[in-house]
Structure formats: C-alpha cells, structure tokens
Design a binder for this molecule. Sequence first.
Ligand code: 5GP
Length: 194
Amino acid sequence: MNFLEEKILADGKVFEGNVLKVDNFLNHQIDIDVMRQVACEFKRRFKGIQVDKILTIEASGIAIAVMLAAMYDVPVVFAKKSQTVNSVDDKYVSQAYSFTHKKMNNVFVSRPYLSAGENILIVDDFLADGKAANALIDIVEQAGGHVVGVGVAIEKGQQNGGRDLRQRGIKLESLAIIESMDYATQKIIFRNQQ
Ligand code: 5GP
C-alpha cells in the first residue's frame, strides 16, 4: 500500500452517493507533506517526458499542480469555472458536468496562457467520470497543444473516466485507484497497481 492509500484509509470518509471525503488533507485543509509526496510520485511516474506547463482545474487541483510545477520549474494554468468581470481575454471554452456539484460548468482558459505546440501535463485531485479531465484535454487540443499525460491523486475505478482515457491511449497515472467503497461499513478497497 502506498502513502496515499494509507492516508485515505486513515482519514478518508465514505459518503452516500459514491463520494469520498478527503477534506482534511486534499480538498479543504491541505497537508503539505502529502502534497509533496504526491508531486514526487508524479515526477517519478512521468519521468523522461517533456513538460512545458501544468494544467488543472479550480479549485482542488491547484495545490497539486503548484507543488509539481515547482519541481519542473514550469508555469501552472488552472481552468476557471466561472466568469469574472476582469476576465476580458478571449478564451478556450469547454463544458464539464460536475460530479460533486451536480451541475454543468463552463470551463475556460484565457487564450494567452496556452499556446500551440506546448507539452501539457494535466493534473487533478479526483478522476471519476472523466468530465473534468476531458474538458481540459479538449481545451489543450483547441489551443493546438499536446497532452503528454494526465495525473490524478485518486481515481474512482468504479466510474469510467479512467478506463475511457486509457482506451484513448492517454498516459494516465492515478496514485490511488479505488476499486470499491462502502458507506455502511466505511470499507475502501484499492486496485492493486503492482
Ligand atoms: P469527473 O469530472 O472525473 O467526473 O470528476 C472529477 C471531479 O469531481 C474532480 O475535480 C473532483 O473535484 C470531483 N470529485 C469526483 N468524485 C469525487 C469524490 O468522490 N470526492 C471528492 N472530494 N471529489 C470528487
């Protein structure tokens, strides 16, 4: 069992509706030691791959992206979910249904922050149905960039996002893959990745 699987078992709570709460180290309070280990593990798994920028989506992907970008010494771009009055640049826009908020979000990145030919590593906290990851991939493709990989801390293997990305030939690295989790017993089983 790796450090993240151990942390999930120690601190994760299974909620109704197939939701895993990891607010005390990933989604609300951020445990810097865990984040550092997440970043190191991504760096190891994507070894040898040229990365020009790291792309994530607000909010929970940002901490992981920043820790990892510091190791590559490259910029982080995070896709936004809501338009603000001061965002006047032209944008790449895609759509993603939010698993946690149960609504469709417009996801966008201002055009100056992604360029044709860039090698983009996408990271996020969770992968469930793959809506967020697919919106980010779509945005990179609109910009003419190359998705060199997708890294997620926690993949919910009972949902199809991971399977679909792998079938498309995308290099997906998930540090913990949940095979099953049960609200009544709080039992969480991980997929063996050895
Ligand atoms: P997807 O777009 O792959 O369906 O879902 C991924 C997004 O939904 C992630 O950005 C994450 O924020 C959120 N998410 C999906 N499932 C869970 C979950 O079980 N727990 C938490 N905390 N977030 C989730």
